[in-house]
Each structure stands twice: as structure tokens, then as C-alpha cells.
Write a protein that binds this ligand. Structure first.
Ligand code: NAD
Length: 476
């Protein structure tokens, strides 16, 4: 370890000690009013920084202003408002009625802050996925350290400024930097880690958390399939799928990754998909490249990865329905739809996380469900259908973080639903009360009022022995 790294680690240690030393005090003093005040300050500052947020995301990956408002500013504001509306109730201790065996006691469940939380966020929604979990951490009464992604540095800097402006530094700190900062932070004994990112890094985070037996919430990714059934409203399905896929240039954890379409409607669906893309981003290649409503790819590395996926698919015999054009300097890849891909190609094997949509025809819904079942658990699964029996079949027989019926993406905005994955797509959940619970510990508090405990004590002879035998029979 060189001197610079050592100095940096010492700095992180100091910051961590500062935050965790106040744990007991914070539990006593960071009550409902203080948490409310912190959330209101965050909401106010977020509003004041709207211009900087829009500029930062334009700089990081050409994200259109309206998309920034819709997916970076509004969700955090909504999470704050929802939390402010319900926080008092979430914080309230819940009475736990005595059971027969605990007659004579009084008990309650008291949500308490876990302590100091580490929030590691990705680059693709760099404001929402850093500040959204922070709202839940503050609601729960935790202090937090945020480590934003190094791939969206302008956004990371704005997140840092917002936090510094809105909240005291002994409550929340932002540590900008790359993987080495994340690794150094993961050495520290945090009380909870809330990680959003890839399954690969999720495994590293969970491994590191195990060293301190720190609890984790893992919001991961993977392939989110779409099923377009024979009974779907094809025009509507195509528009909703195209929007879900090409928003943020496909760099969305819950974006439709690929589409399985019933063979009987494939041709009509493809025609509708092409027209939906033309309607949203322009009729031809030049218009699409000039569209102000379409983001760019985050980095040269991801640009190369995605270009490689298209090239490999074409070499293997896949055809383009639309798109395929790209420009390395501006990291532009056109909205691209591929047909004739196969299971050996990277587009069908890896999470695409870019504006490429393979469309795969099917004859048999059972076979599609079996294929999904055989793969890693998706974060989202979408089905487009009007036939209730087909919708019910998909609902009952599939497992995924969420199931969207005739929609894409918008379940992220439903704050009365848990947002999370299962297996490869994650562990635990975010949003609303589930976010609050992720950062809280539910402590059991039990008081003795007139519980008959003495008869349970030795020596077990005579009447006492009989009593315990009767009790075991009656209560067991
Ligand atoms: P990533 O896993 O590469 O990085 C996420 C964070 O982890 C970054 O802050 C990064 O600095 C840090 N990191 C990277 N390597 C690390 C290491 N070896 N040790 C410790 N920390 C490390 O993910 P990404 O590329 O930023 O984001 C894309 C992925 O995130 C996709 O898989 C996507 O599906 C997923 N994602 C999931 C959600 C969700 O809510 N479930 C949301 C957005 C993105």
C-alpha cells in the first residue's frame, strides 16, 4: 500500500469514526422532527440544484432534460414526499399482543436506526440511485456515506454538492472516486450496506459485508425479458416496449432486455415497433442521430461492448429491423432492433444494458416460461396480453423481482410496492416502507407486568413439576 492510499484510508477511517461515534446520540436525538427537517432540506436543495443536475447528466451521457426531470428529479422528490406523509406511522412502535405462554407481559416492536449505512450507487441513474436510498436511510434515522459511480463524474459532483448544502457532514458524507474508494469503504464495519449495481460486484460487496456480518440490500441487474402474446394490443405494446427500452439509451436496470413474440403476430409487432421508434426518435437514421430525446452511451468501454454485440450478432446471421448505426466520438448507438439472434450470441446471454433489442419469435408459451425459469431470476418480467388466462399463467408460473402487465418501467414509481430483485437480480427491497425497513432494525421490547415466571424455575419437584407438565400440554 503506497503512502497516498494509506493517507486516503486514514481519512475514510476518520470519517467513519466521526459518523459512528454519534450513533447513540443520534438514536436519542434524531427523532421524527429532525428526520423530517433533514428530508425537507434535501427536497429544497434538490429543487435549487435542478439546473446543475440537468447540466451534469447532459455532460456525463447526453441525457435529455425531460428524461432527467422524469427519472432523476421526480422519483427522489416523490420518495421524499411519500416518506414525509407516512414517516410518523412507520416510526411508531407496534404493539405485539401477548400469547398464552407470555401471559402477564406487554410487548412492542420498536424500529431503530441500524447506525451508519454505506450506499454504493451506479452511474445509470446517478442521482435517483444515490439520493433515493439516502431518503430511506434518513427516514430510518441512519447516518450515511454515499459512494457514487466514477463513470458519471459530473453527476457524482452534483450529488456531493447537494448533500453538503442540505445536510450536516456528521450525518452524511459523499466519497467520490473509483473502485479503490469502494474497496476501502468496504473494509469498514458499516451497520448496513445498500448496493445498487451489477450482480458481479454485488457478490464482491456481499463477501466483504460478511467479514463484519453487516446486513446488505443488493439492487442488481440482469436480463429482463418481455413476452408479447398473441392476444396483445400490438400497437400499444410496441410503443410501451420501445419507450422502456430506449429511454436512457437502454441503460436501465429494468429496461426490456429482449422480446419473445408469438409467431402469429411477429410481423405485425415488428412493423409496429419500427413505427414506434420512428415516432419517438425520427423517421430515418439522420433524424434519429439528431434527436434531442435520446441519450448517449456512458463510456468508450460500454460503447465498444455494445458495438461488439451488434457485430457478433450480424456475423452470426442476425438481421437488423432498424438501427445499427453508431458514432464513436459522440458514443451514439442508434435504437437497434435485431431479428434472428440465437442463444449462443452475447445479446442473448449477457445483460445488454444499451439500445439493442433482440426480438425472438415463439410458438409455445410453456417453452418461453421454461427458458426464463432456466436462467437467472430477472429483475423485471413484462407480459403484453389481453387474454386473462395467459396473463395468469405467466403470473403464477414465473419468478422475478417484479411482473409488469402491459407496461414497462413505471412500477419503479409505485411507492406502495417493494422494488427489488431475487437471486441474481438482488436481495431485499427499496422504496417507501421497504426502504425504511432496509435501514431499520426491528427491536423486540418486552416488559414483565405480572407474568408467572417463578413456577418455571427449578427445583422441578412436586406441584411445580406437575404444573410445568400441564403447561407444556396446554400451551404446546
Ligand atoms: P457496477 O457494479 O460496475 O458498479 C456499481 C458501483 O460499484 C460503482 O459505484 C462502482 O464504483 C462500484 N464498484 C465497481 N467495482 C467494484 C469492486 N470491485 N468493488 C467494490 N465496488 C465496486 O455497476 P454499474 O456499471 O455502475 O451499473 C450497471 C449495473 O447496475 C447493471 O447490471 C444494472 O442492471 C444494475 N442496476 C441495478 C439497479 C436496481 O435497482 N436493481 C439499478 C441500476 C442499475
Amino acid at each position: 500500500m503506497n503512502a497516498e492510499t494509506q493517507a486516503h484510508q486514514a481519512q475514510l477511517h476518520k470519517m467513519f469514526s466521526r459518523l459512528s461515534m454519534g450513533n447513540a446520540e443520534r438514536r436519542a436525538q434524531f427523532g421524527y422532527s429532525e428526520r423530517r427537517a433533514a428530508l425537507i432540506a434535501l427536497r429544497k436543495t434538490l429543487r435549487e440544484f435542478e439546473g446543475q443536475i440537468i447540466a451534469a447528466l447532459a455532460q456525463d451521457f447526453g441525457k435529455p432534460e425531460t428524461e432527467v426531470r422524469l427519472t432523476e428529479i421526480m422519483p427522489v422528490q416523490a420518495e421524499i414526499s411519500h416518506t414525509l406523509r407516512h414517516l410518523k406511522r412507520w416510526m411508531r412502535p407496534r404493539r405485539a399482543p401477548a400469547t398464552l405462554a407470555t401471559f402477564g407481559t406487554r410487548a412492542r416492536i420498536l424500529p431503530q436506526p441500524k447506525g451508519v449505512a454505506l450506499i454504493i450507487s451506479p452511474w445509470n441513474y446517478p442521482v435517483t440511485l444515490a439520493l433515493g436510498p439516502l431518503v430511506s436511510a434518513l427516514a430510518a434515522g441512519c447516518a450515511a456515506v454515499i459512494k457514487p459511480s466514477e463513470l458519471a463524474p459530473a453527476s457524482a459532483a452534483v450529488v456531493s454538492q447537494i448533500v453538503a448544502e442540505a445536510l450536516p457532514e456528521d450525518l452524511v458524507s459523499v466519497c467520490e472516486g473509483g473502485v479503490e474508494v469502494s474497496e476501502a469503504l468496504l473494509e469498514l464495519p458499516f451497520d448496513h450496506i445498500f448496493f445498487t449495481g451489477s450482480p458481479r460486484v454485488g457478490k464482491i460487496v456481499m463477501g466483504q459485508a460478511a467479514k463484519h456480518l453487516t446486513s446488505v440490500t443488493l439492487e442488481l441487474g440482469g436480463k429482463s425479458p418481455v413476452i408479447v402474446g398473441a392476444g396483445a394490443d400490438l400497437k400499444r405494446a410496441a410503443r410501451i416496449i420501445a419507450w422502456g427500452k430506449f429511454a436512457n439509451a437502454g441503460q436501465t436496470c429494468i429496461a426490456p432486455d429482449h422480446v419473445f413474440v408469438a409467431k402469429s403476430v411477429e410481423a405485425r409487432f415488428l412493423a409496429e415497433l419500427k413505427s414506434a421508434i420512428a415516432k419517438m426518435y425520427g423517421r430515418d437514421e439522420a433524424a434519429q442521430a439528431a434527436s434531442r430525446d435520446f441519450a448517449r452511451i456512458i463510456s468508450p468501454g460500454h460503447f465498444d461492448r455494445l458495438s461488439g454485440m451488434i457485430a457478433q450478432a450480424e456475423t452470426g446471421g442476425a438481421r437488423k429491423l432498424t438501427g445499427g448505426e453508431s458514432d464513436v466520438d459522440s458514443r451514439y448507438i442508434a435504437p437497434t432492433v435485431l431479428m434472428g439472434t440465437d442463444a449462443q450470441m452475447d445479446v442473448e446471454r449477457d445483460e445488454i444494458f444499451g439500445p439493442i433489442l433482440p426480438v425472438i419469435p415463439f410458438d409455445d408459451l410453456e417453452a418461453v416460461l421454461a427458458r426464463i425459469e432456466a436462467g437467472p431470476r430477472p429483475l423485471a418480467l413484462y407480459v403484453f396480453e389481453r387474454d386473462r388466462a395467459a396473463i395468469d399463467k405467466v403470473t403464477q408460473s414465473s419468478i422475478s423481482g417484479a411482473l409488469g402487465v402491459n407496461l414497462t418501467l413505471v412500477h419503479f414509481l409505485h411507492l406502495n410496492l417493494p422494488f427489488g430483485g431475487i437471486g441474481n437480480s438482488g436481495l431485499g427491497a427499496a422504496h417507501g416502507i421497504w426502504g425504511f425497513k432496509a435501514f431499520s432494525y426491528e427491536k423486540s421490547v418486552m416488559e414483565n407486568r405480572f407474568a408467572p415466571i417463578a413456577p418455571l424455575m427449578p427445583p422441578y419437584r412436586g406441584a411445580r413439576k406437575k404444573l410445568v407438565r400441564v403447561m407444556a400440554r396446554v400451551l404446546g
